[in-house]
Design a protein around this ligand. Structure first.
Ligand SMILES: Cc1cc2nc3c(=O)[nH]c(=O)nc-3n(C[C@H](O)[C@H](O)[C@H](O)COP(=O)(O)O)c2cc1C
Length: 297
């Protein structure tokens, strides 16, 4: 037993004598490797660690460069699209119609409206009154202070949405197409008397074919691009959701019916309503009194 334990010690000592002046300065021969001084081994280890670190840094940097070029590419793609956006032409308005002053108190709490809100797609024959029309438009884009802030939030206060109103059945208002003016809380008559029929014939959903009014929420991305040149679409679409929810909650509080709809051909509907090619309809929002759904036979 004793012999077995001593043998490796002796061999080691012999090896160290071959290569190094003493045991303690030998870096490798004690482990059976190539004879080398400890200082030389430390130096080589240091070089290898430094080389590996440099290589890793180079690889990470290259990966980062690739990633940022992808981001830059996608940004410059959107940027170049954004640069092609143009402001829509100013609409020619034949007549301005005053809307009744909207109410800012009601019978239903906001909590109750949130609790009971549902999309409702069937509307009765009952005409919408001017007060109801005024109220729903105000909830969507009305001005609520003397700085021009509106009922729905807007990134950097750009307010890129225009509300076009297809009127089919509103008490005391000719059928046609109107543009809501938030600042003056008026409707501008765009003079398209058969807008309701044109919309119905354009293949939009049943709810927008029959509702007494349909609000076409249109955006001009050029307006948002002034403040958000890299990605004007993103904030613009987000804002559409806020406006849509205001309409939903206001309709609920009035015990009326509405649904936001995105399932239509925006280019086609824009064209039949005579909108500028630089405006895009994001939502069609039919609105009216709640109708009774006829069960399918
Ligand atoms: C972005 C978006 C697009 C929608 N598009 C349509 C649509 O094209 N047609 C439709 O009937 N409802 C549409 N809706 C309404 C949803 O169908 C409805 O919100 C969903 O069925 C949930 O029902 P609720 O609104 O009663 O809670 C849309 C809703 C959102 C948020």
């Amino acid at each position: 037993m004793q012999n077995n334990l001593e043998t490796p010690k002796e061999i080691t000592k012999e090896k160290s004598k071959d290569c190094c002046s003493n045991d303690e300065s030998c870096g490798t021969c004690m482990k059976g490797g190539f004879p080398m001084k400890k200082e030389a081994l430390s130096f080589i280890t240091l070089i290898m660690v430094a080389a590996t670190t440099m290589l890793s840094v180079l690889l990470i940097n290259e990966k980062r460069a690739n990633l940022s070029s992808i981001v830059l590419d996608s940004k410059s793609d959107v940027g170049s699209v954004a640069k092609t956006y143009e402001m829509p032409a100013v609409k020619s308005i034949s007549e301005k119609i005053e809307l009744p002053t909207p109410k800012i108190t009601g019978k239903m709490s906001v909590e109750e409206a949130i609790q009971t809100r549902r999309s409702k797609r069937v509307y009765s024959e009952e005409p919408v009154t001017m007060s109801e029309l005024s109220q729903i438009l105000w909830s969507a884009q009305g001005v609520t202070d003397d700085k021009g802030h509106r009922t729905a939030p807007s990134a950097r206060g750009v307010y890129p949405y225009s509300l076009y109103v297809v009127v089919r059945n509103v008490e005391g208002l000719e059928s046609g197409l109107y543009l809501y003016d938030s600042e003056s809380h008026t409707l501008g008559n765009l003079g398209l008397a058969n807008a309701g029929e044109l919309l119905a014939a354009s293949g939009v959903q049943d709810n927008s074919q029959k509702a007494p009014i349909v609000i076409a929420m249109a955006v001009a991305f050029a307006k948002t691009a002034v403040s958000f040149p890299d990605n004007p679409e993103e904030v613009t679409f987000l804002e559409g959701g806020h406006i849509g929810q205001n309409i939903y909650l206001q309709a609920e509080a009035m015990k009326m019916a509405t649904v936001v709809t995105a399932g239509f051909d925006a280019a086609k509907v824009g064209e039949i309503l005579g909108l500028d090619k630089n405006e895009t309809i994001v939502y069609l929002v039919p609105f009216g009194h709640l109708g009774v759904e006829v069960p399918a036979e």
